[in-house]
Ligand binder design. Structure first.
Ligand code: NI
Length: 137
């Protein structure tokens, strides 16, 4: 079993807040990410796929095909968008990096079988210091 990782990036706006909290409560719970007028992050996404090496190609999956899949299913929907307002697969979810990683897994996992890989993990770096990794459970 070999693990390969494709790195992508996107810029997006969000706000962490609960509508049932006051602005002061949201600030206490979510800090600067609760700013009512939104703010952005330069997110970095790592998608790791596992599988056996295909003896005909030497690949687990074709990275160009994987990159195109991530681009179409994820990056095109997130890049330069407002995660709270514009991203269909984040509708009704608090726009945390944790929830984003789970939602991206849900978007990618069913399509990966088509290109012959098994999704191993989705990792998102929100800042240099904060990252989230999801393994599907
Ligand atoms: Ni934030």
């Amino acid at each position: 079993m070999v693990y390969i990782t494709r790195r992508e990036h996107f810029n997006a706006a969000h706000r962490l807040f609960r509508p049932d909290y006051s602005d002061a409560e949201n600030l206490r719970e979510f800090g600067k990410c609760s700013n009512p007028n939104w703010h952005g992050h330069n997110y970095i996404l790592f998608v790791t796929v596992k599988g056996d090496v295909n003896p005909d190609t030497g690949f687990v999956v074709n990275l160009k095909t994987l990159s195109q899949l991530i681009q179409e299913r994820i990056i095109d929907k997130l890049d330069h968008k407002n995660i709270n307002l514009e991203v269909d697969f984040m509708k009704g979810r608090l726009a945390s990096t944790e929830n984003l990683a789970i939602a991206i897994w849900g978007e990618l996992e069913p399509s990966l079988h088509r290109i012959g890989g098994i999704l191993h993990s989705v990792k998102i770096e929100e800042t240099e210091n904060n990252s989230v990794e999801y393994f599907g459970t």
